[in-house]
Design a protein around this ligand. Sequence first.
Ligand code: SAM
Ligand code: SF4
Length: 337
Amino acid sequence: MYKNYNNGYTLKDSFGRIINNLRISVTDRCNFRCRYCMPEKGMVWMKKDELLTYEEIKRLVKIFAELGIKKIRLTGGEPLMRKELHLLVNMISNIAGIVDLALTTNAYFLAEQAENLVKAGLHRINVSLDSLDPVKFSEMTRRNYFHKVWEGIEAVEALGISPIKINVVLIRGINDDEILKFAHLARKRAFVIRFIEFMPIGADDGWSMNKVVFTQEIIETMEHGLGMKLVPIEYRGSQPEDRFMFEDGVGDIGFISSVSDPFCNNCNRIRLTSDGKLRTCLFSLTETDFKKLIREGADDDTIKEVLVDAVWKKEPGHLINRTGFVRPNRTMSQIGG
Ligand code: SAM
Ligand code: SF4
């Protein structure tokens, strides 16, 4: 029987944080080249046999769920590039204990896959969309795909999935002039517009502090531009974002202030890379190899013991922009954003 630091099956780290949220990267590949994430050329992808199979992912999720993992997010790279993702969605949605199954996608393939994904049991979808202007969108993603992405968002909306969260990364000097356009979109449509501060985790991302547009600046720009205050929305759950609406009760806007106000103290997440490595922080410098374990025939109890151990050692938090910060050698797209 595996060691149990926690007097129960709940996953807990040495700082007392309960871990119930697992992000699974299903591929490192992507058909976009967002400038904060990947360089235009030279990405080297993992080989197919290096990736966990759907059966292997299913087995790990089942074991992890027995220890308290309740929420799963599928991500990548671009998760919809993995063939027949709805088959994996179906497997995970049938695992006892999983109460929330979500997807983060660039939405390029969403219009054609949305119905199958929802039928298979997907609960929620986040779409990354950094610009509402097709020309600027191409500048951010290095792909002229704005209309495909928008079509994907509307397909999900038509299926009644709610809320659809739209992730926006602003880079100073490129798309930071679109704050008000996004505010108006949040007021017009039932989307949660979620701003994520630009982090130093992309390959060749050109990150510097002065390219980050901080939450506070976005709030001030919106309040000034619309002549209305943003007020906090009370909501349930342990999301990393702070949510606001305009004082007239309209709009739903989230902020993930990973650089200016990290949520590490309340972090409830761990991550599984597409090649089966567990990371207890986006910025971890070490990983635990679950693919090796399962391919060498480890039984469920051994896997549980290794998981409990790894979670116990979860880092206190990241050090972006502080002394001692070290960039991990894997990028966001290789880890799973
Ligand atoms: N390809 C999918 C997508 O773009 O939604 C899923 C993977 S992507 C790595 C997940 C999220 O990470 C996206 O919302 C993206 O905007 C965000 N992201 C990637 N690089 C980032 C960076 N350097 N700073 C902040 N967010 C980043
Ligand atoms: Fe691809 Fe998502 Fe990275 Fe953009 S952010 S390059 S869509 S993985």
